[in-house]
Design a protein around this ligand. Structure first.
Ligand code: UDP
Ligand code: MG
Length: 315
């Protein structure tokens, strides 16, 4: 039997793009279809336009078009997750519906997969049509996450990627809700390959993500891949305690033990301020201590698989 490849496409109000997308994917896979069987999984994320009508009509005509409809808008991360859950392929390719992920890259993704990569990630080349602000924020996001996260994230990596059946099998075990799908995939740590592409302009309409939604996604990314934000109060507390403590000791020694040999004449309010700062530092440090426990509660509640298995033999 030839290998099966699922193409997963989350769609939210993309009625104007579907026909074009479908044709482009057919074109891009025409030679590959001799060797592989393709199925398309469209996940309708609560669209309010004609998307539902078009997709159900396609699904009725063509068994290789799978159609999943959400009851309301749950967001792209959930739509992709659902697509992965329903994929039956030997590999799955995730792709946006707005032609920003060029379908003619499918062949390259598959080639790299056949050479042994368990996950092939599309990475955006610079010089795309994103706005300056978005570029800036995505740059900052990846920089910070790289510094504070425990997961190795490839900068400018996108959701356009191919994942092997092995990855899918393990991915299904993730039950956390606030997720950034590509972040979780990176966390899993399979063998990753990279394919560069130039993201085009969105076809028809504006991005379906508002800045608020993007910010929420970034927060999900941070909080699910790093406990640093949680520990931040503690670090701040420790620094403040150390600095104000040293300062306090210095003032105490200079003014009261040595009777002000340096002629600083520290005023009462200044001393009060230092004491106050010291206490604030202690409070923050204690908060930090509490967050250690909250962090482990979070870890337990999220219930992420403890390990990820690549291969089993003789079981
Ligand atoms: N999308 C979705 N649910 C949403 C928002 C977007 O399924 O709530 C889909 C959308 O239809 C598209 C993909 O996710 O196929 C990427 O969306 P968009 O182009 O708006 O994101 P951007 O390219 O700006 O990151
Ligand atoms: Mg887009």
């Amino acid at each position: 039997m030839s290998k099966r490849i699922s193409i997963i496409i989350p769609v939210y109000n993309e009625a104007d793009n579907l026909q074009h997308l479908y044709e482009e994917i057919r074109k891009a896979t025409s030679d590959l279809r001799k060797k592989y069987r393709f199925e398309m999984i469209f996940v309708n994320d609560g669209s309010t336009d004609n998307t539902a009508k078009i997709l159900s009509a396609w699904a009725a005509k063509n068994k290789k078009v799978k159609y999943l409809e959400f009851s309301r808008n749950f967001g792209k991360e959930m739509a992709t997750t659902a697509g992965i859950h329903h994929s039956r392929g030997d590999a799955a390719i995730m792709m946006d519906a707005d032609m920003q992920h060029p379908p003619n890259l499918i062949g390259t993704l598959i080639k790299k997969w056949e050479k042994g990569d368990e996950m092939v990630i599309g990475v955006r080349k610079t010089g795309n049509h994103e706005t300056i602000t978005r570029k800036f924020f995505s740059f900052v996001f990846y920089r910070i996450l790289k510094k504070i996260g425990d997961t190795e994230i490839i900068a400018s990596s996108t959701d356009y990627r191919l994942i092997d059946k092995k990855v899918i099998r393990e991915f299904i075990k993730f039950t956390e809700r606030n997720r950034m799908t590509r972040g979780l995939l990176d966390w899993m740590g399979f063998k990753r390959g990279i394919v560069y592409f130039k993201a085009g302009v969105r076809r028809n309409g504006n991005g379906r993500y508002s800045y608020i939604k993007l910010l929420q996604l970034a927060v999900s990314g941070f909080t699910s891949l790093s406990y640093f934000p949680l520990k931040f109060a503690g670090y701040l507390g420790i620094i403040i305690t150390l600095v104000s403590g040293t300062l306090g000791l210095f003032i105490f020694a200079e003014k009261y033990l040595l009777k002000d040999p340096l002629n600083y004449a520290f005023s009462g309010p200044a001393i009060l301020a230092v004491i106050n700062l010291f206490l604030i530092g202690i409070v923050l440090s204690c908060l930090g201590l509490i967050t250690l426990y909250i962090g482990s509660i979070h870890q337990e509640v999220v219930n992420r698989p403890m390990y990820v298995v690549r291969k089993k033999k003789n079981f």
